[in-house]
Design a protein around this ligand. Structure first.
Ligand code: SAM
Length: 230
């Protein structure tokens, strides 16, 4: 992640993410930016600013969110998606991104009422409520399958949700998963492989901090999985 002082958002390639003194932004496409600032400087020419408020939910800008956004852009570029489920939507970043990139039916679920509330507000405030439905709860609330299922969830929740996410990804569907580290991958991938899933793409992001001991460093991981029938 590049750190910059307050200033205009540079015109740049999609996928660029920056943390500025006054907020975070992620460029979804040349003309669509997710942003925690209401009116970022230098964005007059941009077609669409998706302004994300955090409320009491998981904060925008986590490395695993960025990895999921990178994979979402890739998956949508590879094939169109008509329905997407975001399990653990937090402040709604992944759901909002999918809706802004043209997925017509997006459902976000979260066990946190604060997350559900702020995702609904973010959808409404950005004119995306027509394609984004938000439900308090988890996978058990959702019946029908989706072409793409995303889950940026802690490893323990991922392990618990394997059969549910497998059920909810339509036959021939795709999964984008993150929230776990490289030393937690093996058990999780084995669980999916047993159900016929294979890894199409793996992204990583090293975490370290100059003021922390070296053994505190680790690697965040994100996967794009496809079913073998795909
Ligand atoms: C790491 S945050 C990710 C938030 C958002 N997707 C993002 O990338 O910014 C995980 C979210 O999952 C929610 N969560 C945790 N366990 C869950 C479960 N079993 N079912 C649904 N949501 C859950 C939390 O409340 C939290 O909002």
């Amino acid at each position: 992640m590049t750190r910059r002082s307050f200033g205009a958002l540079p015109q740049a390639e999609p996928g660029l993410e920056e943390l500025q003194l006054s907020g975070w932004f992620y460029r979804l496409s040349p003309h669509v930016v997710l942003c925690t600032r209401r009116q970022p400087a230098g964005t007059e020419a941009l077609a669409q600013i998706i302004h994300v408020r955090r409320g009491e939910a998981f904060p925008p800008g986590h490395p695993t969110t960025r990895l999921c956004l990178d994979l979402l852009r890739e998956a949508l570029a590879a094939a169109s998606v008509h329905s997407l489920l975001d399990v653990g939507c937090g402040a709604g970043l992944l759901s909002l991104a999918a809706a802004a990139l043209g997925v017509p039916r997006v459902v976000g679920v979260d066990i946190s009422q604060a997350a559900v509330q702020i995702t609904r507000e973010n959808a409404r405030d950005n004119g995306l409520a027509g394609s984004l439905q938000v439900v308090r709860g988890s996978t058990e609330c959702v019946k029908s399958p989706f072409e793409l299922v995303m889950g940026n969830l802690p490893w323990e929740v991922q392990m618990d949700k394997v059969s549910e996410l497998n059920r909810l990804a339509a036959s021939g569907g795709r999964l984008i998963l993150s929230g776990f580290r490289d030393n937690q991958e093996n058990l999780l991938i084995q669980s999916y492989q047993r159900l016929g899933w294979c890894l199409r793409r793996r992204l990583i992001k090293e975490f370290w901090h100059p003021e922390l001991p070296a053994d505190i460093s680790f690697t965040w991981v994100a996967w794009w999985l496809e079913h073998k029938t795909f």
